[in-house]
Design a binder for this molecule. Structure first.
Ligand SMILES: *[C@@H]1O[C@H](CO)[C@@H](O)[C@H](O)[C@H]1NC(C)=O
Ligand SMILES: *[C@@H]1O[C@H](CO)[C@@H](O)[C@H](O)[C@H]1NC(C)=O
Length: 388
């Protein structure tokens, strides 16, 4: 049998044809050439069918999500850009001047501030958040459930560790809600059920019109000075998104500054609803930190990957292997092996590959830097996690 490679040169093809198809008369030559070419085509077609197609299907199975993500600029339009509000701050500038720099006037007394979160298990990040906001917040509101968004049972982690949070006890409204445990339901349904329960808890906490309400996940931490500015200035927008520095795994991996889901509302009874989607165009620049997947233990990564609304991203069970997770963390790579979620090819390509390390621990949440021994794993140069 001829090797497939031979068919690429026509001279060789004729020779091989003579071997394979036997000697030919001049008259029959063109006919037999055609037959021979067809046979060659058959062989190639068979190769494509039995090798190429399975390999292609395997590639799509393993990397199909990457194809679709890479082509996102074609199938999805970029959302409308935000209207960024420049943000001025220095610790030695008076509040009167700071408000005026933003085009606002200073108030005689600050507004009351309510910080409301849905809690899962992120105890360290919660402590760092509450210490950061503690001087400016009148009432902390925390709701937890014995169900994850994906309907898995979980302990009431906050209730079990409440004694660690004595420093907010006098200003804490705590609530727990039973999970619905509906099998096979879209996780966003349980999530929105919990957000509605949180709305009720905020009212129980005693919020009134024009109090400030912070709506954000626990790991979206507004900086203290940002909240201080917003509570002291009079004409701030009714709803304002906060632009946060976006970190992954720890404050070593700074992805971008595109976190915007956190928002601050001047509360309006009957109108304000706890939400985590885009509600307005106004975005206050550089207002804090978002630290996703910033966990101490590998087991917490596994829990989060299984428990939260994007559970469909765990396409292969080896994604949950502890040694793989540790490698991914130290590289600054993606836990779900996904491409960046961007809307232009330029941005996708710019963000391909792991996130480069930053060596800066400047301008981070104060409590973190004041307690480096306790939170070393969150700081640059400490990617190794405890297995516990
Ligand atoms: C802060 O302001 C005070 C009073 O205006 C001034 O004396 C001091 O030098 C300032 N400190 C810094 C670090 O700029
Ligand atoms: C979850 O909490 C609710 C309300 O406290 C309780 O009735 C239910 O039994 C709990 N479910 C599980 C699985 O722990």
């Amino acid at each position: 049998m001829p090797e497939g490679g031979g068919y690429y040169s026509s001279k060789k093809t004729d020779d091989i044809c003579e071997d394979v198809c036997g000697p030919t008369t001049k008259a029959a030559l063109s006919m037999s050439r055609l037959r021979c070419a067809l046979r060659g085509f058959d062989l190639k077609a068979l190769l494509v069918l039995f090798v190429g197609v399975p390999v292609f299907i395997l590639m799509v199975y393993l990397h199909g999500q990457k194809f679709t993500y890479f082509l996102r600029p074609i199938w999805e339009k970029a959302p409308k850009p935000f209207n960024p509000i420049p943000h001025y701050y220095d610790s030695n500038v008076t509040m009167d001047s700071l408000c005026r720099l933003h085009g606002w006037n200073v108030r005689e007394t600050p507004r009351r501030v309510f910080d409301a979160v849905l809690f899962s298990n992120e105890l360290d990040i919660l402590a760092i958040r509450w210490k950061e906001l503690h001087p400016y917040v009148s009432e902390f509101v925390l709701l937890e459930s014995n169900s994850t968004f994906t309907g898995l049972r979980k302990p009431l982690f906050f209730a079990k560790n409440r004694e660690q949070f004595k420093f907010v006890e006098s200003r804490l409204t705590y609530g727990s809600v039973g999970g619905r445990f509906v099998k096979g339901e879209n996780p966003f349904v349980e999530e929105s059920y919990q957000r509605v329960a949180l709305d009720q808890l905020i009212r129980i906490a005693g919020i009134t019109d024009d109090d400030l309400l912070i709506m954000s996940d626990v790991d979206e931490i507004p900086s203290g000075h940002t909240i201080n500015l917003l509570r002291w200035c009079d004409d701030i927008p009714e709803i304002l998104h906060l632009q946060l520095r976006n970190y992954l795994y720890s404050f070593e991996f700074l992805l971008d500054d595109k976190s915007w889901r956190a928002s601050v509302h001047r509360y309006r009874a009957g109108k304000t609803r706890y939400a985590h989607f885009r509600q307005t165009d106004d975005l206050l620049a550089d207002s804090g930190w978002h630290c996703s997947f910033c966990f101490r233990y590998i087991s917490e990564f596994v829990f989060k990957m299984k428990a939260y609304s994007h559970v469909d991203r765990v396409r292969f069970s080896y994604y949950l292997s502890p040694s793989r997770i540790q490698d991914v963390i130290c590289k600054g790579a993606d836990l779900f092996d996904m491409l960046p979620e961007e809307y232009t090819f330029q941005e996708i390509i710019a963000k391909l590959g792991p996130i480069p390390s930053t060596y800066s621990a400047v301008n981070l949440p104060g409590y973190l830097v004041q307690n480096v021994d306790k939170y070393r794993y969150l700081l640059p140069g400490n990617c190794k996690r405890e297995s516990g």
